[in-house]
Design a protein around this ligand. Sequence first.
Ligand code: TQI
Ligand code: CA
Ligand code: ZN
Ligand code: ZN
Length: 424
Amino acid sequence: MTKKVQQMQAFFGLQVTGKLDYSTMDVIRRPRCGVPDIANYRLFPGEPKWKKSTLTYRVKKYTSSLSHSEVDKAVEMGLKAWSTAAPLNFVKTTSGEADIMISFESGDHGDSYPFDGPRGTLAHAFAPGEGLGGDTHFDNAEKWTMGMNGFNLFTVAAHEFGHALGLAHSTDPSALMYPTYKYQHPFGFHLPKDDVKGIQSLYGKNILKVFSPKPFLPQVPHQPVPKAPAPTNPDHCDSRFSFDAVTMLGRELLFFKDRLFWRRQAQLKASVQPLSIRSSFPQLMSNVDAAYEVPEKGVAYFFKGPHYWTTRGFQIQGPPRTIADFGFPGNILHIDAAVHLRDEKKTLFFVEDEYYSYDEVKRKMEKDFPKSIEDEFSGINGRIDAAVEVNGFIYFFSGPKAYKYDREKEDVVHIVKSSSWVGC
Ligand code: TQI
Ligand code: CA
Ligand code: ZN
Ligand code: ZN
């Protein structure tokens, strides 16, 4: 008995007394895994891991204890805990097979690990791999909550995703992968050090590379832009910062957000000062939906609601016109993003989860559109805020992330924080 208690204390990182003291009893009382703890506690035997950095996930079966949006939120935050620490990216899907299939199950559910009703086993996840690999099941018999009563779904999900990414249990009592339940507050959650080490041992560190394209041609003089004192800035270095629209204009990249815009030389990494949109494009005022330039025509287009403006450089040409000019169906009252593809002489317009292709030569919307963004641009999912083509790559901005899309490889090749484009 004493020996067993000592072994257990050693495994749980407790003081080895061999006695059933308070802290040992505390660990015993907490819900924990029923599977024997294995010697290789950090990684699974054979060190299975995902061979790609963008993983899809899908919540296939929800629980009646929580609303769909609560489950989605807990899952999203549970995954984010890991993608903040390692170069992993999680993309939500709502149909078909995803890498990480998530479901709430009761009792026997077809994987030979039946659930056991309230308490006992709370959930399980399969180590990375094909088929069941990565799949994460929650026992529907538990009282799942968003708060501190019952079992907090974020806490358990974050732990399970650790398994789904290839981490086994840790002996560090402060680790998320320690095998006892401890409520974790989802907001402001930071992955404990030991878990960061674990995930980085598999996938490496999350180095936010700053965009550095090939140098552009020397700058040609352009019309001076009147500088205005920047009004209260949205915190553009906040990790959640996103853009409304991005376009090339001449040799510069322009980034729009609310009432502000940033202009930078594509090769310049230094932080750039925001300017007010009103001072440079009085007609646009603020909240631009989308923008693109057709360099061959020497014009750019700015979209806001059902209207668009044409500019030459920073000079707006005439009154706004309606986006129906482009051949959008009448029910489209605004667009999310636009990107001009230089070689094809085509412009893609993104509206919710679909996109349209506009032929700039024929000045006509192409047949067979809209198409699904997700289907055509693998790795890009959800709404797109802004898009721009630079050096043949399409950069998609979606919330706080900017995806570098390689059209030859038909895949995302790099992901950075959106804000890194304006010097953060
Ligand atoms: N489920 C176990 C777990 O995820 C399943 C399991 C047991 C396991 N041994 C394993 C998974 C070895 C991988 C490797 O740990 S559980 C907790 C915690 C459980 C337990 O239901 O016991 C959490 C699920 F840590 F609190 F004990 C989630 Cl957070
Ligand atoms: Ca259970
Ligand atoms: Zn299962
Ligand atoms: Zn576990």
